[in-house]
Design a protein around this ligand. Sequence first.
Ligand SMILES: NCCCNCCCCCC(=O)CS
Ligand SMILES: [Zn+2]
Length: 669
Amino acid sequence: MKMGTALIYDEEMTKYKLLWVDPACKIEVPERLTVSHDALVRNSLADRCVAIPVREATDAEILLAHSEEYLEAVKKTPYMTLEDLKEFTLQYGDVYFHPNIYHCAKLAVGAALQLVDSVVTGKVRNGMALVRPPGHHSMRSAANGFCVFNNVAIAARYAKQKYGLERVLIVDWDVHHGQGVQYCFEDDPSVLYFSWHRYEHQKFWPQLRESDYDSVGKEKGAGFNINVPWNKVGMENSDYLSVFCHLLLPVAYEFCPDLVLVCAGFDSAIGDPEGEMCATPDIFAHLTHLLMNLAGGKLCAVLEGGYNLTSLPQAVCQTVQTLLGDPLPQPANLSGPCTSALESLHCVRSAHRPYWSCLKHAADLPTSDISTKRIKLAEEEEEKTPKEEEKSTEEKVWPEPPKRVAPPVRSVALLPKDVTCPEGCKRFSSSEALDPLTVSKLRENFLKDADDGDALTTLSSLISITEEMKKNEICSGLALVRDVTMAMMCVVQHAAAALSNRVLVVCVGNGKVPSHIAEEGKALVVQIGSESTEEQKCKYYIPVCLKKGCSDMSGFIQAVFGLFLPLGYEYDPSLVLLVRMPDSRIHDRMWQQLTALLQSFAQGHTLVLMQEDEKACVGPTASSLLGDPAPPLERLQAPLPQDMEAMERLRHRLQADWKLLQITAPESG
Ligand SMILES: NCCCNCCCCCC(=O)CS
Ligand SMILES: [Zn+2]
């Protein structure tokens, strides 16, 4: 049954601010929280959430990540004069104290712990805590980067201690490196910390050598710390999605966490004076969605940074709206990752090759001298060419994120009469008859015997469903049909021709897929099975072969992240047709993961076709279409080398046409 989304916020955390002049700290203002919460209220998102009260963290909880002497020192700050506070602040970097900041810092930790309790006990499915001060820079005995206590690090330790969780994933999409989190867990294999951050070859704050991609963790924790340095500003949506698809998600699924914590900083969004990146607020809807099927959906997002008072609230709303299960926005401007991002991606994948079986086939590191020399050359080159005056971040403009309207009907089911309709789904019965022209075309094009009334009804119903999707009256649907291939042909033909849709067709299992439907590019057909179907005929028909077939979960999930998702994002369809071919042998859990992840595209307009005898799949498919998190896959063993090599060759061949398939910079080959 559908559980809610927690929202944890208390205006007490707005009651501290900078009391003196300090240029480095002036951006960290109370308004960051008020504009974010006001936007959630204004967009009717707050009242759709479960409001959970904050509480103060106890000393014991704070001591999970901090030293006693540090806590004792911070405890004295409420009684300090302004001069004492200034003096006290001097011992730390890029942070300020205030008589009420200790109280607020305890509430920020308490808010994160309340969120963990609500999600882990199942009171809610997921949630977000809007807090300040942020946490990910604070260290065992030091405040830093606006942070006093490490909210998320404490939450991870708390979750493991109180609930006996074995594995916690921390995703830090803030634009700064959460060095405090890295130090906390770098020798701990039970906490996987992933962070991307503005780095500029160590020139950007906090200018730490250990923020680079080669900090992979220590001793038993080797492999469980992943740093993606952004060596240029201006990173866009494509750069973020490429790192998720080709690095974070494969590793995260292999890690198979019991809980996902997000250091949800939005200074990585366009317009932020710290990040100077160009990713638009709607991308956070996709980043959130891509993490929501890990850990059975147990996801806790805790605010970190974010200083542009326009993009911050927009990104917060995009994140919360996705946590609530609303359809995703069409991703904006995917032009393919930039060279610098590809270099970073390549370096990180190579550095982590020894630790993750999904990366075992990552190409070698670009030999270091070439890479640094090339980068030096590139920079000298850049120095020469006069940079056109960059707009300051404050003048940056971007379109309002698109309204994400949930259609009146979430999901329909086209089923034989004897099959019960899953709860939450609406049984589809073609109410209005189709126009006679369409009917006659169906007869002549698709029906083996023209008098097959049932087949005609099924096909015309499928067409009606695609039309109602087009009008956004229905979000998604599933259908049990006698012949999936004929049904697929019919839907693609109609959708591509009549509705000028771009249709992404995902065929799971062997079976002849008439590739002519892909010819003119109105449909992109990807097929995954156990037979190496005839060589890839054209740019729009892409067969993926797994030696052991679709029952091989680790090979399958690599195809999903390494191929299907990047292709889908780049193709940007307005309809997704998911076809379960007869005897595909795919596991239900993998099927549910795929059904959930494909809703990244086409604002969730997914139509699932299954053979009539697969009645048992109706329930699980419906729950994924209704937005329930897919159950976690078991821990994945290594994918077959020959499968990975085949996918590597396929990716290499296709990346010229499909930029999001690239994982290395062009010249490094
Ligand atoms: N503008 C370039 C100078 C860098 N200033 C760094 C100030 C600390 C930022 C910490 C932060 O944002 C936490 S998420
Ligand atoms: Zn930050």
